[in-house]
Design a protein around this ligand. Structure first.
Ligand code: SAM
Length: 448
């Protein structure tokens, strides 16, 4: 792989950079694959795992299995994520926010790697707003949040500037910025030819604009986790330096094991591919000064009006454990969301464009309540719901939305289950079952 000379030149002098080792690391053909397990869904996995040192939930997997044909992947038992990105965990744990309920925002969240990771780290009672400005990508973010069984999350599709309507609202903001992407050249050879220094400039200006909005939405004393998968200093150290100068941001150092190979740079940390078992990554932890108070007192929130579920929909109680949850009727859909976060939900509805909230329980169709896929995948699914254990072949057929060949002994709504993991709904009528796995999620490929 021929790396752009102007990129290589721009890296000269950075801590940890060694041109020949850097180029050699890009010549390797050995792909590094890693996954992050979902603590809410502990099930046995069929491949061997080697721990990623800087996280309690990340593992390298070698050789790369076929995730498409692993039912556990579709059931949300794990997320396939590049190992360097999992450094978010160290920053979060060291920021002093892990033991208290907080409001967190992931501003550039699709497809949801950092959102699902952050979700696993948040203290009970926390709120996560996972935002993706690009509509086509926001649906994938929603699907991954659903798979993760994340019930305290609102998925929004907003431009970063819209978050200025929530001044000083969030305790933590993840800003995994859109960038020139050079850190992923090893995984995406085609992007090397598309890289230009002009693109780096364009990204840097966009990063500043996004930070400008994020900073307003951050509480005084709150933490901004800034990250890119670019090697270019203009998108990394220059941005954090600008943030410190312009906004008085305070750089927070992060303690990392020297054996990890992660190098401290100016106002941030670098993962070089010749030093770290992971892809190129830059991250920084920045605190907003406590004195820079921008109040959110002026935002008035209407009182919440959740519906009385036992009076309106007693049958729903057989499907779902609603302890601590409110049920809301949104159009023809019923959704559960933590009671304690109702005022946040009202605030978000008034200021942003939410596309998904909490756990979708079901939808009314022709006077019948059809249970939602999100409910089947959630940890709120009632133990009273019948589970139908499927073997591997049957699970793949189910995920392909095909007919399942078996004799059914149960009737009505049942949950397809692979090795203890819920995959989705089936409606068993006399002797046959209708497959309710969502069309848009089905496996399109044939199994070899
Ligand atoms: N955090 C994600 C994860 O871990 O899965 C990856 C985020 S990716 C590096 C950057 C995201 O920013 C993309 O989803 C992209 O669609 C979004 N994006 C692109 N242009 C943007 C803009 N102008 N403002 C905010 N986000 C933007």
């Amino acid at each position: 792989m021929q790396l752009p000379a102007s990129l290589l030149d721009s890296l000269a002098g950075l801590p940890g950079y060694d041109r020949s080792l850097f180029e050699a690391a890009h010549a390797t053909t050995e792909p590094i694959t890693s996954i992050r397990i979902n603590p809410a869904k502990k099930v046995p996995l069929s491949f061997s795992l080697e721990k990623v040192p800087w996280t309690s939930v990340g593992f390298y997997v070698s050789p790369r299995p076929s995730f498409t044909f692993d039912p556990s992947f579709h059931g949300g038992a794990y997320y396939v994520q590049e190992a360097s990105s999992m450094l978010l965990e160290q920053v979060f744990l060291q920021a002093g926010l892990k033991n208290q309920p907080i409001r967190a925002l992931d501003l550039c969240a699709a497809p949801g790697g950092k959102s699902t990771h952050l979700h696993s780290l948040l203290a009970p009672g926390s709120l996560l707003v996972a935002n993706e400005v690009i509509r086509a990508r926001s649906g994938l973010l929603r699907d991954n949040i659903i798979k993760w069984a994340a019930e305290n999350v609102v998925v929004t599709q907003n431009d970063p500037t819209h978050f200025e309507r929530l001044p000083a609202y969030f305790d933590w903001i993840t800003l995994d910025a859109p960038c020139s992407g050079s850190g992923l050249f090893r995984k995406d050879h085609a992007s090397v030819a598309a890289w230009t220094p002009g693109q780096v400039n364009h990204c840097a200006l966009r990063q500043q604009r996004i930070i400008h909005s994020a900073w307003k939405a951050l509480k005084p004393g709150g933490i901004l986790f800034y990250a890119t998968c670019s090697f270019s200093p203009d998108e990394n150290e220059a941005i954090t330096e600008w943030l410190i100068k312009e906004y008085g941001a305070i750089f927070q150092s992060v303690q990392l094991d020297a054996s990890s190979g992660i190098i401290e740079s100016k106002n941030g940390y670098r993962c070089w591919p010749h030093l770290v078992k992971g892809e190129g990554f830059f991250f920084s932890c920045l605190r907003k000064p406590a004195a820079a108070a921008t109040s959110n007192q002026s935002i008035r929130v209407a009182k919440s009006k959740p519906i009385n579920i036992s009076a309106h929909y007693p049958s729903l109680l057989q499907w779902v454990d609603l302890e601590g949850m409110d049920v809301m009727e949104i159009g023809n859909e019923l959704t559960a969301f933590p009671k304690a976060l109702q005022s946040d939900w009202l605030m978000i509805q008034q200021t942003l464009h939410p596309i998904y909230v909490g756990t979708l329980l079901g939808r009314w169709m022709h006077n019948k309540l059809i249970p939602a896929h999100a409910l089947a995948l959630s940890t709120r699914l009632s133990l009273e719901v019948a589970q139908l254990p499927l073997d591997y072949q049957q699970s793949i057929a189910y995920l392909q939305r095909k007919k399942i060949n078996m004799a059914f002994t149960v009737k009505g709504w049942v949950v397809a289950n692979y090795q203890g993991l819920s995959l989705g709904w089936l409606n068993v009528l006399s002797g046959r079952a209708n497959n309710y796995y969502p069309k848009g999620l089905r496996i399109l490929k044939e199994h070899l």
